[in-house]
Structure formats: structure tokens, C-alpha cells
Design a protein around this ligand. Structure first.
Ligand SMILES: Nc1ncnc2c1ncn2[C@@H]1O[C@H](COP(=O)(O)OP(=O)(O)OP(=O)(O)O)[C@@H](O)[C@H]1O
Ligand SMILES: [Mg+2]
Length: 205
């Protein structure tokens, strides 16, 4: 994968920008400079540079194995780049773990589910969040956030009784509850049978 694969959708970006007014001269939310990742002889990311402005949505497109997930994992601290720099809100950062990424406001929904079938929606969400939560209060927040984003969820349902689409909503709502400044969705609907599902997207407010 190289920089030419990183395609911005200006239309969607404009819509989002209008909803979240942006300070003038704000630095890009995220900037990648020459990110390079090798797995032994395999070059997964080949000097990727990308700017993600505040309020923009970007889609990263590429065939299977192009290196999309690798790049997302590097931003989320789940993989380490061999070369290159990550600049977050104008400051060079080293993101050493997903917990470190979450602390600075980066959230990610992975390509594959990480839910416990025998637990409820609220219990699964609680497990994915840092700190301790009163389940009733968390359930109320789940309902509030899921309705706000049009991803309705019943926090009391057990995950094994949910459809694939509903499970994906749990993953997305869990991430939204952390109020991320940058949300990475790594093919969040690749498990769904839709013609429009193959994408990786950034959304920032
Ligand atoms: N941990 C790893 N060890 C070795 N090779 C890896 C590892 N992770 C990914 N790769 C390889 O790096 C390349 C890029 O993989 P990656 O998962 O980033 O691609 P992708 O664009 O997300 O693909 P897909 O569309 O199938 O999700 C692939 O050739 C893959 O086999
Ligand atoms: Mg992938």
C-alpha cells in the first residue's frame, strides 16, 4: 500500500464539518508521515503519508492484503511502524498501545468481532471500557448514544441472540461511548452481505 491509495471524500467531509465548526488554523487532527511497516520481506505499508483534518471523513481503499488494517493498527497503537511519524493535533506522538491511543482520543472498531456470546450487550460494553461502571447507568448511556447515532441497541439482550448487524452495532457503540476525537472503522460491515461494505473510514469531530 502507498499514499496514492488514500482517497478523501470531500463531500462527506463538508457535511461533517458543517455539523462541527472548526477553529481557524487548527492543525490536522492526524498526520501520518512516511509510515512504513515490514513483516520480514513483506512491505505492508510503503511510506504512507496522510492528513486527516478535523471534521473530515476519509476512506482508505485497497484490495485484500493491501495493508489497510496494518495502517489502522499502527494509528491505534496495536502495531508499530518501522519508520515514519504520527502527528496528533500538531504534536509528534508515539502511540505504544491501544490504551494509549484511547487516552489521546483515538477509537477503533476492528474488522472482526471481539464479543462474549453469553454476556449481555451492556456487560460486553463494560468489559471494553476502562474503569468501573454501574451497569444501570452504563445501560442508560448505551441507549442514549445508540439512539443518537441511529444504531439502536437493547443493553439487556444477550449477544448470542443478536444478528450479525446488531453485534457490529455493539462494537461501534462501545467505541462511540468513549467519545473519540478520531474513530477508525476497519471494514466494520465486512461481516454483512452488502454490496457497499468494503471500506475503511476515519471520522473525526
Ligand atoms: N502480523 C502479521 N505478520 C505477518 N504478515 C502480516 C501480519 N499482518 C498482516 N500481514 C500481511 O501484511 C499484508 C497487509 O495485511 P493487512 O491485513 O494490513 O491488509 P488489508 O488491506 O487490511 O487486507 P483485507 O482487505 O484482507 O483486510 C498482507 O500481506 C498480510 O498477510
Ligand atoms: Mg483489513
Amino acid at each position: 500500500m502507498n499514499s496514492a491509495d488514500c482517497t478523501k471524500n470531500p463531500l462527506i467531509g463538508e457535511i461533517t464539518t458543517a455539523q462541527h465548526p472548526i477553529a481557524e488554523n487548527a492543525p490536522p487532527r492526524l498526520e501520518l508521515v512516511n509510515i512504513t511497516k515490514r513483516y520480514n520481506a513483506l512491505l505492508a505499508n510503503d511510506y504512507i503519508s496522510l492528513k486527516v483534518g478535523v471534521g473530515e471523513i476519509h476512506a482508505v481503499l485497497g484490495e485484500n492484503g493491501a495493508g489497510k488494517s496494518t495502517l489502522m493498527k499502527i494509528i491505534y497503537g496495536a502495531a508499530t511502524a518501522d519508520e515514519g511519524e504520527i502527528i496528533w493535533n500538531g504534536r509528534s506522538v508515539s502511540i505504544e498501545s491501544p490504551a494509549a491511543a484511547r487516552r489521546i482520543g483515538i477509537g477503533m472498531v476492528y474488522q472482526h468481532f471481539s464479543l462474549f456470546e453469553t454476556l449481555t450487550v451492556a456487560e460486553n460494553i463494560a468489559l471494553g471500557l476502562e474503569g468501573k461502571f454501574e451497569l444501570a447507568a452504563l445501560s442508560a448511556r448505551v441507549i442514549e448514544v445508540s439512539e443518537k447515532y441511529g444504531l439502536p441497541l437493547d443493553p439487556k439482550r444477550t449477544v448470542h441472540s443478536l444478528s450479525v448487524g446488531e453485534r457490529q452495532r455493539v462494537e461501534i457503540v462501545r467505541c462511540l461511548l468513549q467519545n473519540p476525537a478520531l474513530l477508525i472503522l476497519d471494514e466494520p460491515t465486512s461481516v454483512l452481505r452488502s454490496a457497499l461494505h468494503r471500506y475503511t473510514v476515519f471520522y473525526k469531530k
